[in-house]
Write a protein that binds this ligand. Structure first.
Ligand SMILES: [Zn+2]
Length: 146
């Protein structure tokens, strides 16, 4: 990774440029002053998705829908695993019912589906839910190659 990171704010979506080492020091958004690194997944939509996907941290996206039982279970897993990875990746959710165009754009055929993006490109995809340990191991493997 480079010396500076451009990352999107989970609260206001503004792009912030920070020295890479500051990622562990609770950086705040220059625009809204909220914390840039929360460890809590936040929702993507047509307005903010480009900012977040093109930023310098990998983005792990949980594609889900409210009618999907396994998605509910998996969202708990996703939240649990987001915290320990907070400084390595962004964790986002995408509601495939509300954002059906985005679900189509990324060819989501079943949910839950997890996709890891890095600098705008898809680098890994897993269909179906995972247990916390599985998700953790999968991310360790995927993020190792960045
Ligand atoms: Zn902000």
């Amino acid at each position: 990774m480079s010396d500076t990171l451009v990352i999107g704010c989970p609260n206001c979506d503004a792009l912030n440029r920070i020295p890479a080492e500051r990622i562990t020091q609770h950086p705040k958004c220059g625009s809204c002053k909220e914390r840039l690194v929360t460890g809590i997944p936040f929702a993507l939509n047509p307005r903010n998705i480009d900012n977040h996907l093109n930023a310098d941290l990998p983005v792990v996206v949980d594609f889900w829908a409210s009618w999907c039982g396994p998605c509910k279970q998996y969202s708990k897993t996703f939240e649990m695993v987001a915290a320990p990875f907070a400084e390595q990746a962004r964790f986002c959710t995408l509601n495939t019912e509300q954002e059906s165009q985005l679900a189509g754009k990324y060819h989501i055929r079943s949910i839950p589906t997890t996709i890891v993006f890095y600098q705008g490109e898809e680098i890994a995809r897993e269909s179906g839910g995972m247990h916390p340990q599985q998700l953790h191991q999968w991310l360790d493997e995927v993020l190792k190659h960045i």
